[in-house]
Ligand binder design. Structure first.
Ligand SMILES: [Ca+2]
Ligand SMILES: [Ca+2]
Length: 310
């Protein structure tokens, strides 16, 4: 009898043991460098040098968990000053650092146990300070984005095949989801600082075999451009999606242009808790020299002419 009770007790202990939890990591996103090829201010006779800054509208949302979306703006400090041909690494508050603590780095086995996927990202606006301001658009944009991420991703469900996850997430954030919806709702604000462009960076906290699947899928996906109706927020000229820890996310440079303003801006994902071996470049990597077109292809209708700022 004692032996039987011992066996039952052992089974109960096994049943009540908590399921294994995925490892967690802290992640952060920051703007790393701005290079001014041509300035916005030279045309107005107020000096050749620009005063660039970034606004990082950060978000995190767990797919399939109702109401889980959060979005908040981080306004980077202004860099004084950069003349045409000058570039600088951003430091301190200039980086507009967005922090994402405690992300669960999931693998296939966690998915099979019912662990949902949390998606993190930053919509980074590249701006140039004059005597005006953002007009509160960064807070308004974050509020609208949070509502739309709740609708499209917190209220959504991932495809059964993990190889389709990346495409699904890009669609639900991009032209078939939150940011396209935001373009309709955001309204017009044209009286503030000079916009250049914006980009969207999405990170997926995945590891192991699931990380390999995400790497393969992300290599096949281009983040869409989305035209926005006013000057602020600046229109989106693409972005990236990838596995947090993929070396390609450690330094991402893009050239962007609007009016006279012509910048190359670099961003990076870092892990303050030291996940994986994400390399931090010790020297500035080569930045692209090709000038991106000012107009944005119409992703909904590839046969339509490109969309150009007014
Ligand atoms: Ca200006
Ligand atoms: Ca200025």
């Amino acid at each position: 009898m004692v032996a039987v009770l011992a066996v039952v007790g052992g089974l109960l202990a096994a049943c009540s043991a908590p399921a294994p939890q995925p490892p967690t990591a802290d992640w952060a996103f920051e703007a790393a460098r701005i290079h001014v090829h041509d300035s916005t201010d030279g045309v107005w006779g107020v000096g050749e040098a620009d005063e660039p800054y970034v606004v990082n509208v950060a978000f995190r949302v767990t797919i399939g968990v109702a109401g889980s979306a959060k979005a908040w703006p981080v306004r980077g400090a202004t860099y004084h000053d950069l003349a045409p041909g000058e570039g600088a690494n951003l430091t301190g508050n200039q980086k507009g650092t967005a922090s994402f603590p405690g992300l669960k780095m999931i693998d296939v086995e966690d998915v099979l146990r019912g662990q949902p996927l949390e998606v993190v990202g930053v919509w980074s606006w590249v701006m140039e300070e004059d005597i005006l301001s953002l007009g509160g658009m960064e807070a308004k944009a974050a509020t609208i984005l949070q509502d739309l991420l709740n609708r499209f991703l917190a209220g959504g469900s991932l495809p059964e095949s993990t190889s389709e996850w990346v495409r699904y997430i890009v669609d639900k954030i991009g032209v078939f989801g939150a940011l396209q919806g935001l373009a309709v709702q955001i309204g017009f604000f044209g009286g503030g600082d000079d916009p250049i462009k914006s980009r969207v960076f999405v990170g997926l906290p995945v590891r192991g075999a699931l990380g390999d699947v995400v790497d393969a899928a992300a290599a096949q996906v281009t983040f869409p451009g989305i035209d926005l109706p006013g000057a602020i927020p600046p229109s989106i000229n693409g972005g990236s999606i990838g596995r947090l820890g993929n070396p390609s996310l450690a330094y991402m440079s893009n050239r962007m242009k609007r009016g006279n303003g012509d910048y190359t801006v670099s961003w990076r994902w870092t892990s303050p808790s030291g996940w994986g071996s994400t390399p931090t470049p010790t020297t500035t990597p080569t930045e692209p020299t090709v000038t991106e077109p000012e107009c944005i292809p119409d992703r909904l209708d590839p046969t339509a002419p490109p969309i150009c700022p007014i």
